[in-house]
Design a protein around this ligand. Structure first.
Ligand SMILES: NC(=O)c1ccc[n+]([C@@H]2O[C@H](COP(=O)([O-])OP(=O)(O)OC[C@H]3O[C@@H](n4cnc5c(N)ncnc54)[C@H](OP(=O)(O)O)[C@@H]3O)[C@@H](O)[C@H]2O)c1
Length: 428
């Protein structure tokens, strides 16, 4: 019988527990597929005495994940603790230095240190796999690095934070304001301890930066992702966008342009009848566009015990089979330094503003837009209150700069009440 592949699992929370459950319940199936048994040698977590929903009695215990990473009876170090620094980083570095392969679900760690870790692992002939770090159970890393390896990737897009999608779709279906649904999400345990990681777009930005590295052969550059969260999206925007045939999503877009690599994670309008527009609740969706294959849409659970552990096991089985891929689809030392470009590719925009009930108000707005080279595709004016009326405008393609400039000039017209809102439209 072939030698077993021995795992050391650091972290026994949602994901770690899920991995133990699959290894225990699917032992025969994993062995058939991997060609050798997959076993757990040792585990680690903060508290040894905590009650856990799986039986750990057969495994050695390490209080220190670094010690776990160095154990002689561990072939693959599975890092599912989380955090970009601290024990996750120290133990991953220790695993690589001790000649282990690494499987991780930790997008924060890789978004900040992926290049250095990949170079260190590859210099020693070891692999780091991270399917679980991006879009949970959706095998998007495999699709990009393997299935689509023959394509020049044109664009990568995705809704990759289930919590944000839950909040936006719940606001719409229940007609509730952002603050109420945010609180609901907190009560349900959907939010990270630091909610800004979710609603500020940071977590989804981490994931986008990892996909962009693979797609465009560039070093991970999370700092260059233009981030905007969902905090300013109002129930009014959601309703008005729906009237115009759109849904609002926290959408990541990465593309290589003549000016450099554009990466943005921000609220966007997408057509309501598009696959992205129809995405409900905590589900994730990734859209990949290659020059030969065209567009591919992948949809599934972006988080949770089962889906995330499923992705980890996919990576583990690859290692057991002897598949040894570079972390980012090509040797880390050959990844190019990306030139960061502002996401200025022209796109249609949705504008919402409150116009004072004055003669010629609309004409003044149209003049400012026209001066900035922004032409109007569609417009809708709503019945007004005593002094003002909401107006929605969908523009033809224009740059973010032109929109920003127009918005800065609108208050001087004297016909705008409150702050106008502009959201980019992605016609996908
Ligand atoms: N949950 C998901 O659906 C999901 C999806 C995709 C990716 N991920 C990623 O997977 C990783 C784990 O997430 P999770 O949801 O499973 O987290 P979690 O439920 O909070 O579990 C974290 C585990 O790590 C252990 N831990 C934390 N600090 C430690 C330390 N200093 N030393 C040893 N052990 C330590 C904790 O120990 P105690 O149990 O003793 O406190 C706990 O068992 C994160 O990188 C996360 O971003 C999670």
């Amino acid at each position: 019988m072939a030698d077993p592949l021995r795992l050391g699992i650091a972290g026994l929370g949602t994901v770690g527990t899920g991995i133990v459950r699959i290894v225990q319940s699917h032992a025969a199936l994993l062995e058939r597929r991997a060609g050798r048994p997959i076993v757990i040698s040792a585990v680690s977590a903060r508290s040894r005495t905590k009650n856990r929903p799986v039986d750990l009695s057969d495994y050695a215990w390490e209080d220190d994940p670094v010690a776990l990473a160095r154990r002689a009876d561990v072939d693959v170090f599975v890092e599912v603790m989380g955090g970009s620094e601290g024990p996750a980083k120290a133990a991953t570095e220790a695993a690589i230095a001790s000649g282990k392969d690494v499987v991780t679900a930790n997008k924060a760690l890789l978004a900040h240190h992926g290049q250095a870790l990949a170079e260190a692992a590859e210099a020693k002939g070891h692999v780091i796999r991270f399917e679980a770090a991006v879009a949970g159970g959706i095998p998007v890393i495999k699709a990009l690095t393997e299935g689509l390896a023959g394509n020049e990737i044109r664009r990568v897009m995705g809704v990759m934070n289930g919590t944000c999608n839950y909040i936006l779709t719940r606001m719409e279906s229940a007609g509730l304001p952002y603050e109420t649904v945010f609180e609901e999400a907190r009560q349900l345990g959907y939010l990270e301890a630091d909610p800004n990681l979710d609603v500020g777009g940071v977590d989804a930005g981490h994931k986008l930066s990892l996909l962009a590295a693979i797609a465009f052969g560039t070093k991970v550059s999370f700092d260059a992702v233009e981030l905007e969260g969902i905090g300013r999206i109002s129930i009014d925007d959601i309703r008005r966008a729906a009237d115009m045939g759109y849904k609002i999503k926290l959408l990541g877009v990465a593309q290589m342009t003549g000016r450099g690599l554009e990466q943005s994670m921000s609220p966007c309008l997408v057509p309501a009848d598009s696959p992205l527009g129809q995405l409900q609740g905590g589900t994730n969706m990734v859209v990949l566009e290659g020059d030969s294959v065209g567009q591919i849409v992948m949809r599934g659970a972006g988080a949770g015990e089962g889906p995330t552990a499923s992705a980890i096991l996919g990576d583990v089985i690859d290692i057991a089979r002897g598949t040894r891929l570079s972390t980012f689809g090509q040797p880390a030392a050959t990844l190019a330094e990306p030139v960061a470009a502002k996401a200025t590719s022209p796109a249609p925009h949705y504008l919402r503003m409150e116009l004072a009930d004055k003669p010629g108000a609309l004409a003044k707005v149209a003049t400012v837009l026209g001066d900035e080279g922004i032409s109007i595709d569609r417009m809708r004016q709503y019945g007004h209150a005593d002094t003002s009326a909401p107006v929605l405008i969908v523009t033809h393609k224009c740059t973010r700069e032109a929109i920003a400039h127009a918005l800065s000039r609108l208050p001087a017209t004297g016909v705008i009440v409150g702050e106008p809102v502009a959201i980019r439209i992605e016609n996908v």
